[in-house]
Design a protein around this ligand. Structure first.
Ligand code: NDP
Ligand SMILES: O=C(O)C1=N[C@H](C(=O)O)C[C@H](O)C1
Length: 233
């Protein structure tokens, strides 16, 4: 498979390593410095760039009829525009706030726990995410997905990074040198606390998941998530 890497930073380089090991070829390494030359040879594009570049990268792929897997976070206010364009162009698109298998299982666990908690009013939910200091967005895309999972199952209406009122989920975003990504969800009552936590040890799991998603999307049309790739129902 010929892959265009849209973004060639920490994640782009990790994805390249795994893609080459799995017998794929890289036909474009897009950064801020170069153009899209090479994209025309790609079977699939993998976008791990920056929040302000994601929509241009994704729409350029749709306009070239190339399926795109995007892991860039911090651009979700344009998600509906991108899915509309994908449909208009009869393209293929998969966005994932987190491509690791472990976090996608954690998403399921989070939804299940939220459902259990939905009628038990003694507990107050909050979240913590910790990432390296180079991260541009806060809260993390994964934290937003976790909050959305809780909102779907409970009376909580939105998330906030400020003081939370009764229908808001507080997210504490911490930045600590070299942390690849740690997410915790807390349910606290006056007598106890339940905590679920996922800790990434490196970027390897994110990168492998992205390459697997790119292999999976080849030949498909439509809008997908990692739930489809991993058959999580
Ligand atoms: N979904 C997931 O599983 C994961 C998502 N992420 C997300 O992926 C994104 C990338 O993370 P990371 O690799 O750590 O970030 P880096 O800062 O290391 O890399 C970003 C890359 O994007 C490039 N870039 C800048 N402008 C453009 C442009 N116009 N077109 C294409 N590329 C451009 C940068 O180029 P230059 O070097 O020239 O500046 C750089 O190569 C982030 O949004 C992060 O949150 C990260 C890990 C996992
Ligand atoms: O920027 C990162 O590094 C990460 N970003 C993603 C996010 O915003 O959730 C996924 C992972 O936690 C690493």
């Amino acid at each position: 498979m010929k892959i265009a890497l849209l973004g060639y930073g920490r994640m782009g380089k990790e994805i390249e390593k795994i893609a080459l090991e799995r017998g794929h070829e890289i036909v474009l390494r897009k950064t801020e410095e170069n153009d899209y030359s090479g994209l025309e040879h790609a079977d699939v594009a993998i976008d791990f760039s920056i929040p302000t570049a994601a929509t241009e990268n994704i729409s350029t792929c749709f306009n070239h009829n190339i399926p795109v897997v995007s892991g860039t976070t911090g651009w979700l206010e344009h998600y509906n525009d991108m899915t509309a364009l994908c449909q208009e162009k009869n393209g293929a698109f998969l966005y994932g706030s987190n491509f690791s298998v472990g976090v996608n299982l954690f998403f399921e666990l989070n939804s299940y726990l939220a459902k259990l908690m939905s009628n038990i009013k003694e507990y107050n939910v909050s979240m913590e995410e910790i990432h390296h200091t180079q991260k541009l967005d806060a809260p993390s895309g994964t934290a937003i997905s976790l909050a959305q999972g809780i909102i779907a199952e409970t009376d909580y209406k939105q998330w906030t990074m400020d003081n939370a009122n009764d229908n808001e989920i507080y997210i504490d975003a911490k930045r600590i040198e070299d942390v690849p990504g740690t997410h915790s969800v807390f349910y606290k009552s006056t007598v106890d606390e339940i905590e679920i936590k996922h800790t990434a040890f490196s970027r390897q799991g994110f990168a492998l998941g992205a390459v697997i998603a790119a292999e999976w999307i080849l030949g498909k049309k439509g809008i997908f998530t990692m739930k489809d790739v991993l058959n999580l129902g």
